[in-house]
Design a protein around this ligand. Structure first.
Ligand code: AMP
Ligand code: MG
Length: 403
């Protein structure tokens, strides 16, 4: 049985092999959050475009601003002012943060380090050449590539594009990910379940996870545990860029997903992973499309999506697979788990005494959505550890949506 790292690498390897060129569209920066850039973005001019003051203070010749020395202040430069005249020797100019430093000036002295009487400014300490000035062109040269194809557009990347006037961006279209729940016990969320039925919450969590991963969810509802119904709905799902199923991959008589996919020509790369929850997770390629059969218990569905489906969506978007958001934390309470499988336990990580500390939450197993809704991470218990003592360092997989 594969470890979760091996299974994840299989997904990455296969999806990289199978993905074709991605269709693109021009998207406004206001709408492009989470999309993947399909063009290069270059600076329209140097950055900063002028020698920029980073402080409110006085523009000076650094040698003239010695302690005890005084300079006459001959004017003021606000952010946005056009600066034409050079600083005359023996004078200073009051300057604001973000304003252009005049020619001749080679330092800005913070206002806090000066005192003023009328037009006369005194300096408390020795100035350094270049202090509090970001020189023109020091962040980026003109016509310089600052964003490359394959970059995922987060808020900083979008701001950078906006800064250089690239208000419309060529982006890869979000991969369309079909979501199909299975199970005779499952009803749609706006239906009233019978006493032994449950609502299709998995399609809701999966759609949210697809969105967060940068994909476009296409929710196909629920298939009955019957070969014909499953076949029809899987066929429909295979029209999209990828298909994610929940349920029907365990060992029960009515777990038919793998068999139906096989009959439709799927090639499987794993059908079990050494994790808990989520062991029966299936990954294959069917008619050229990545297909995931995730176990139906809600927490299993959520964990296996994060581990295996996330990287596929990254790659289908034209980006590299993101690393898992794993951090180290100090264990707050001793733990005992059955060895042989890597456990992903709903947990909370908090910042305590300048270090992260993590505690597993009480839960009733992989059906317990309420436990996960209280969690901000999964505590990762390695397969070879039966006991972990309080104070030991453990890995924590952060929930990208709430941390
Ligand atoms: P399965 O993997 O098909 O054996 O499903 C395991 C359990 O997961 C079922 O007994 C249900 O309790 C639960 N389950 C399956 N599908 C869903 C769904 N779409 N939404 C919420 N829970 C589900
Ligand atoms: Mg089922």
């Amino acid at each position: 049985m594969l470890s979760y790292e091996q299974a994840r690498n299989k997904v990455i390897e296969q999806v990289k092999r199978k993905r074709g060129p991605r269709a693109t569209a021009v998207v406004s920066v206001w709408d492009a959050l989470g999309m993947v850039l399909a063009q290069e973005v270059k600076t329209d001019r140097e950055y900063p475009p002028f020698d920029r003051s980073t402080r409110d203070g006085y523009a000076v010749r650094w040698k003239e601003a010695a302690p005890g020395a005084g300079l006459k202040c001959v004017g003021e430069i606000k952010a946005g002012d056009t600066v034409r005249e050079a600083l005359a020797a023996g004078t200073c100019l009051q300057i604001m943060t973000g304003a252009a430093v005049p020619a001749g000036a080679d330092a800005v002295v913070m206002i806090e380090h000066t005192s003023r009487e009328g037009d006369f400014v005194r300096f408390e300490r020795t100035a350094q050449r270049g202090q509090n000035i970001v020189p023109r062109g020091s962040e980026a040269a003109g016509a310089h590539p600052i964003l490359t194809p394959g970059t995922r557009l987060g808020y900083a990347e979008l701001a950078l594009a906006a800064q250089v006037g690239a208000a419309r961006l060529q982006c890869a279209l979000r991969p369309r990910v079909a979501i199909l729940s299975t199970g005779d016990e499952v009803v749609l969320i706006d239906e009233t379940p019978g006493p032994f039925q449950i609502r299709n919450s998995n399609s809701v969590s999966l759609a949210a996870q697809v969105r967060i991963a940068g994909g476009e969810p296409v929710v196909l509802g629920n298939a009955a545990d019957r070969i014909e119904d499953l076949g029809e709905k899987i066929e429909r799902g295979l029209k999209e860029d990828a298909l994610v199923l929940s349920g029907g991959v365990s060992m029960g008589t009515y777990d038919l997903v793998e068999g139906v996919l096989k009959a439709m020509g799927a090639e499987f790369f794993f059908d079990a992973v050494a994790i808990r929850p989520g062991k029966p997770a299936v990954f294959g390629i069917c008619q050229g499309k990545p297909v995931f059969g995730l176990p139906g218990n809600p927490v299993s569905t959520m964990v296996t999506f994060e581990l295996f489906v996330g990287p596929a969506i990254d790659l289908l978007s034209g980006a590299e697979a993101r690393v898992l958001p794993l951090v180290e934390a100090r264990l707050a309470e001793a733990l005992k788990e059955r060895p042989g499988l890597t456990h992903f336990l709903p947990a909370r990580v908090e910042w305590r005494e300048r270090a992260p500390e993590v505690k597993a939450l009480k839960w009733q197993g992989s059906g317990d959505i309420a436990a996960l809704a209280k969690a901000n991470c999964f505590l990762v218990v390695p397969a070879d550890r039966e006991k972990i003592e309080i104070g030991e360092s453990v890995s924590v997989l952060l929930r990208r949506d709430v941390v």
